[in-house]
Design a protein around this ligand. Structure first.
Ligand code: PEP
Ligand code: MG
Length: 536
């Protein structure tokens, strides 16, 4: 057995046979043609067919995996209808007298390479969309059916997966994905997570062959080649145990989050899309402690307008039926760049232009989001929270913007609701200033993911410093204790919304520190409730 450490792309465990996936990118060899007009007509026909198919996949994605995933195909439709893509193909057919298939294939490679060379991660991710679009048109030309894919269930292995291929292969026939190229932010990974298909990327796939037995551990980002019986058993036991615990915990859905001695603790959820609200409700969440609004802003070519944001926030507030929803304002930049906000390439993006720093400079963008939040607040219990705070001055400026947004709505006669206002404590500076900051806001929420990276000087994304990035490091625990005490001294509430809040090994410590609210991923809610109910 060989064990390969890759990068986690989608949680879950699967064991099965490898299927090397080649369907996504047919390679087309140059072919000279006599009848250029016929090739042009064929190209036009294939384009229309591809458009119809993409529209169908878009609707299917909307129904099965939600709006965010479906937008990928909306973006692909735009690429397909792009004038330079069309011009390139026509010029190639006419100028070089080549087949329509080859011209389309070349266009995919050409524009894919341009996108792939961009410094912006989101634009680079578009490269696969471009190739996906070209591949779809080529398949139409060559009448390759997308349904020709396997009937059996396999672990799909490919150098890279396009979102279209993930969507086309669907949920039923795929046990897991292993890819060489990709990232947690790639559209294919987003889709795999929405479809609950385990995936590991960053694996050298050259050693994998059709039919080879593998085990994929999406939680650890590990792939086992020809796993031995003991490993399979261990993994399957984990799956079984997981299922058994999940089932048993369902009994806690309506239960209180209270310790044995009667101390009540709030149990909220972190979400990053409107589709996840259902999971919060299904798992008995008492509110949403962190809505990462940037998911509305990423993977698209234009910023969402106020109306779209308002509708999304309102929908979430209404779904939660009066339970609290904390909307974190845009935290893009760093590892989450947005293509419509051009940024200089940075040496240290995590220490760079991100979060509140961008919002305070792009005032219109910030005010638009704040107006949408305030309007949605008329339909539920909405709070607003600012990320990446390092000074009292930043908080005051953000508050001024909130006031201005309110005044704008008032002047326009648009109705809005009251919002509580809080900040994330995720920089060491915010920890050190906790007492001063507490006087400015209604609540704190501790973001341990970033707090750990900034305190221990270890990039949260860099596997090479994974050992240093110790989420339970004594320095972090001390900081949390200090923040809780400072919040309570000022009479405000404090929650923990970093991943550490979902770590049951430290739940008791946090409860004893006086943590008011735990905000964790929806799948962790019942596990944490169970743990809190066992604490004396
Ligand atoms: C954090 O930093 O802990 C946090 C919750 O925010 P994000 O993971 O979105 O940076
Ligand atoms: Mg953070």
């Amino acid at each position: 057995m060989k064990q390969v450490q890759g990068i986690q792309a989608s949680e879950g465990i699967a064991i099965g046979k490898v299927k090397i996936y080649q369907g996504a990118q047919p390679v087309v060899e140059p072919q000279r043609v006599q009848d250029v007009r016929k090739e042009l007509a064929l190209y036009e026909f294939a384009c229309r067919e591809a458009t119809l198919e993409l529209e169908r996949v878009y609707r299917q994605a909307m129904g099965e995996v939600g709006k965010q995933a479906a937008e990928i195909f909306e973006a692909q439709l735009i690429l397909l209808q792009d004038a330079s893509f069309d011009r390139y193909i026509r010029e190639k057919i006419i100028g070089e007298q080549v087949s329509a298939s080859y011209a389309v294939y070349s266009a995919g490679e050409h524009f894919g390479a341009i996108l792939g060379a961009m410094p912006d991660e989101t634009a680079r991710a578009r490269r696969m969309d471009m190739k996906d679009v070209a591949g779809r048109v080529v398949r139409m030309l060559e009448q390759r059916s997308q349904e020709e894919t396997e009937q059996e269930c396999y672990v799909i292995v490919s150098r890279e997966m396009t979102p279209g291929a993930v969507m086309t292969l669907g949920k039923d026939k795929v046990l897991a994905y292993i890819t060489q190229n990709g990232s947690y932010q790639s559209h294919a990974a987003i889709l795999a997570r929405s479809m609950e298909i385990p995936a590991v990327t960053g694996v050298d796939v050259s050693t994998l062959e059709d039919g080879m037995e593998v085990a994929v551990d999406g939680e650890q980002g590990v792939v086992y080649l020809q796993p031995d019986e003991a490993t399979c058993k261990e993994l399957l036991d984990r799956v079984e145990e997981q299922k058994r615990l999940e089932k048993a915990r369902k009994a806690l859905i309506g239960a209180q989050t209270v310790t044995l001695s009667g101390h009540k603790v709030g149990l909220y959820a972190n979400i990053g899309s409107r589709e996840e609200v259902q999971a919060v409700i299904d798992n008995g969440g008492e509110g949403i402690g962190l809505l990462r609004t940037e998911f509305l802003f990423l993977g698209r070519s234009q910023m969402p307008e106020e109306e779209e944001q308002y509708r999304t926030y309102r929908y979430i507030a209404e779904q939660m039926q009066g339970k609290k929803v904390v909307l974190r304002t845009l935290d893009i930049g760093g590892d989450k760049p947005a293509s419509y906000l051009p940024m200089e390439q940075e040496e240290n993006p995590a220490l760079g232009y991100r979060g509140i720093r961008i919002c305070l400079q792009h005032r219109e963008l910030f005010l638009t989001q704040l107006r949408a939040v305030l309007r949605a607040a008329a339909y539920g219990q909405v709070a607003v929270m600012f990320p990446m705070i390092t000074s009292v001055d930043e908080v005051r400026k953000a508050k001024e913007c909130l006031k201005e947004a309110r005044e704008q709505l008032q002047a326009a006669g648009v109705s809005y609701g009251q919002v509580q206002m809080g900040i994330m404590i995720e920089t060491p500076a915010a920890v050190m200033l906790a007492e001063e900051l507490a006087k400015e806001v209604d609540f704190f929420s501790i973001g341990t993911n970033d707090l750990t990276q900034y305190t221990l000087a270890a990039d949260r994304q860099n596997p090479a410093v994974r050992q240093v990035y110790d989420t339970r490091h004594p320095a972090i625990m001390k900081m949390i204790e200090h923040v809780v005490a400072a919040a309570h001294k000022a009479g405000i509430t404090v929650s923990i919304c970093g991943e550490l809040g979902g770590d049951v090994t430290v739940t008791e410590q946090f409860v004893h520190m006086g943590m008011d609210i735990f905000s964790v991923s929806p799948v962790k809610l019942l596990e944490i409730r169970e743990r809190i109910r066992s604490i004396s």
